[in-house]
Design a protein around this ligand. Structure first.
Ligand SMILES: C[S@@+](CC[C@H](N)C(=O)[O-])C[C@H]1O[C@@H](n2cnc3c(N)ncnc32)[C@H](O)[C@@H]1O
Length: 243
């Protein structure tokens, strides 16, 4: 019998030795509050921390998790959980490949931490979220953050530039928080109207939750430019499939 619960003993490790930090507890509390029969989707799986949180008590609660990552994550034990499906697939293409009629309770976004990529993830996945469900963005507060002792690059700022942003293909890219502000056309990461409720947790590397209250469409601003830049981004990263 698998015991998939996260216990009080696991909490210090989640807070002190993962990229989610204190926000892992916010996420865990949300998972617990959702009760039974949930469908969770995570974009970006390796090393499996968010997978573990979404799988909390999954067998008993009849919850199911679908994880998308471009890299092979099969070495992580969480993927063997009976309520977990791993899709080795790009996070944007994944929305079209996923079951046509299925909708998710939560889509957790933690793949490429670049505005243009996140804009297209929102475009692809927002229609696939149930009313009352959430799209949750990790890494929405890199400014001023330095990696802690457990990390591969302790004391350095996040991002491939080690300067608080990703730098690929000759471009210093803007971060995921900018995508959330732009596509939902909101002035700040704490906001609500009749369509969405947005709550920001600035601690650690930052996490922003967008709750869907009513269905509406959020077009990507300057879509053609965004698509061209995201293509350049992907082509610039060899481990994702670029040159
Ligand atoms: C920060 S890690 C994910 C951490 C994970 N959510 C956790 O909590 O343990 C980012 C992951 O996104 C994956 N990734 C990068 N670009 C991607 C893309 N276009 N589609 C899907 N996954 C991608 C990387 O391979 C990497 O494993």
């Amino acid at each position: 019998m698998i015991d998939d619960r996260i216990t009080d003993e696991d909490i210090p490790l989640l807070i002190n030795e993962t990229d989610l930090g204190e926000n892992s507890i916010v996420l865990l509390d949300l998972v617990k509050s959702r009760g039974k029969g949930n469908v969770f989707v995570e974009l970006g799986v390796d090393p499996g921390i968010s997978s573990r949180i979404f799988l909390h008590n999954a067998i008993k609660q009849n919850n199911y998790v679908h994880g998308f990552d471009v890299t092979d994550c099969s070495r992580h034990a969480v993927l063997n959980h009976p309520c977990y499906d791993f899709w080795q697939l790009d996070s944007i293409k994944g929305a079209a490949a996923w079951y046509a009629l299925r909708k998710a309770d939560i889509v957790f976004v933690d793949s490429l931490h670049v505005k243009e990529h996140v804009l297209l993830e929102i475009e692809a996945w927002w229609p696939r979220i149930k009313l009352g469900g959430y799209m949750i963005f990790h890494d929405t507060h890199w400014k001023g953050y330095v990696h802690r002792a457990y990390h591969d690059t302790p004391g350095q700022k996040p991002g491939s530039s080690h300067n608080g942003y990703d730098s690929y293909g000759g471009i210093d890219w803007e971060t995921p928080d900018k995508a959330v502000l732009e596509i939902f056309r909101i002035p700040a990461l704490n906001y609500s109207d009749k369509f969405i409720e947005v709550v920001n947790y600035p601690n650690h590397m930052g996490m922003t939750m967008v709750k869907k209250l009513e269905d509406t469409i959020y077009p990507v601003p300057n879509r053609d430019v965004v698509v061209a830049r995201q293509k350049h981004l992907i082509n610039s990263i060899p481990w994702i499939g670029g040159e």
